[in-house]
Design a protein around this ligand. Structure first.
Ligand SMILES: Nc1ncnc2c1ncn2[C@@H]1O[C@H](COP(=O)(O)OP(=O)(O)OP(=O)(O)O)[C@@H](O)[C@H]1O
Ligand SMILES: O=P(O)(O)OC[C@H]1O[C@H](OP(=O)(O)OP(=O)(O)O)[C@H](O)[C@@H]1O
Ligand SMILES: [Mg+2]
Length: 292
């Protein structure tokens, strides 16, 4: 019988810590040690390998890895033929997409991509940048940059295409955004043959389900309360319209228990209203996972 092992790529670099934290919430403990590229995971059916996000899609496409976590940007840049299992909305520090942007120094006269005709552009994403300028019918010299790209203009390049999340690196280097080249989020990708293997597919789908359910639960809390039947309609109309609260009977037939899930940021607004509407014994609970 074939060995039941899933080879899983964990991204080194910007996504490493956030990936480790997400797996932890999902119930998998990944232990990184400083010199090893084989992080340990507490699941005997998974073998982890720490790989740069830039190279993940290539190794997954070639079948050296069954699945991996990387950015959509690098899947596109590598033109990798892989299966995208799901989107995982997390970046290095936030839960927002990152943006690859065309930037020039603050004081540059450049206002649009076309103004860069004949100029030199430094970037880590050469393919994406070339197709962006081709779409703008503008001839430029696109040069590969190994990193620290923000410091290159104006001496080493006229403009750059660089990734930004919070914007602090661009601000620190006095750069101005001219245009957005691509928005990117983190993806769980899989090898096409691995997805055709029922055992691997189930394993991959299960990991995806757990990771997604953790992200879905972020910023959400549970609210439970007791309500007399006479106040039930008012209390339910106070709760968010899209939610379908659970209403359960209590030993006292005049009372019911209501429970629902709300955005944590909404709690301070809704709790006083629920109380006025007659809710009693209101309890807020943390939520770790939401499985749809
Ligand atoms: N704040 C961020 N900065 C850079 N990349 C980010 C950020 N948040 C998410 N990413 C994603 O992480 C991936 C880049 O990670 P990768 O490890 O390849 O490069 P890096 O962050 O430049 O690593 P290094 O620390 O080695 O420079 C991309 O897919 C990118 O979209
Ligand atoms: O918009 P921000 O939140 O500032 O994030 C974007 C910055 O983070 C990454 O740098 P990284 O730490 O990978 O350094 P690098 O330039 O050596 O790749 C990226 O290359 C940008 O420089
Ligand atoms: Mg980098």
């Amino acid at each position: 019988m074939a060995e039941k092992i899933l080879k899983l790529g964990i991204p080194a670099g910007s996504l490493k810590d956030a990936t480790g934290e997400l797996f932890k919430k999902a119930g998998y403990n990944i232990k990184f040690s400083s010199r090893s590229y084989y992080p340990e995971i507490d699941d005997v059916e998974i073998e982890c390998l720490l790989i740069r996000a830039q190279e993940m899609a290539r190794y997954v496409e070639q079948g050296l890895l069954d699945a991996g976590i990387t950015g959509h940007d690098w899947v596109v840049e590598n033109e990798a033929d892989v299966t995208e299992v799901c989107e995982l909305m997390f970046s290095k520090v936030s839960r927002r997409p990152v943006r690859w942007v065309l930037c020039v120094p603050e004081d540059s006269p450049v206002q649009k991509p076309e103004d860069l005709e004949g100029k030199r552009i430094a970037t880590e994403v050469v393919g994406l940048t070339k197709s962006f300028f081709a779409k703008h019918n503008t001839n430029v010299n696109v040069e590969f940059s190994w990193g620290a790209t923000e410091v290159k203009p104006p001496k080493l390049a006229d403009a750059i295409v660089e990734v930004t999340e919070t914007g602090s690196s661009l601000r620190a280097n006095d750069l101005r955004i001219v245009a957005e080249v691509l928005q990117s989020t983190t993806r769980f990708i899989a090898n096409n043959d691995s997805i055709a293997d029922p055992w691997k597919k189930e394993k991959i789908d299960n990991i995806a389900l757990m990771l997604q359910s953790c992200l879905a639960a972020e910023g959400k809390v549970g609210l439970m309360m007791n309500v007399s039947r006479t106040d039930l309609e008012t209390v339910l109309s106070t709760l968010p319209a899209l939610q379908k609260p659970t209403v359960a009977s209590l030993s006292d037939p005049q009372w019911v228990a209501v429970s629902t899930i709300v955005d944590e940021s909404f709690v301070r607004e809704i709790v006083p209203k629920l109380r006025t509407a007659g809710a009693q014994g209101i309890v807020e609970t943390p939520i770790n996972k939401i499985i749809d």
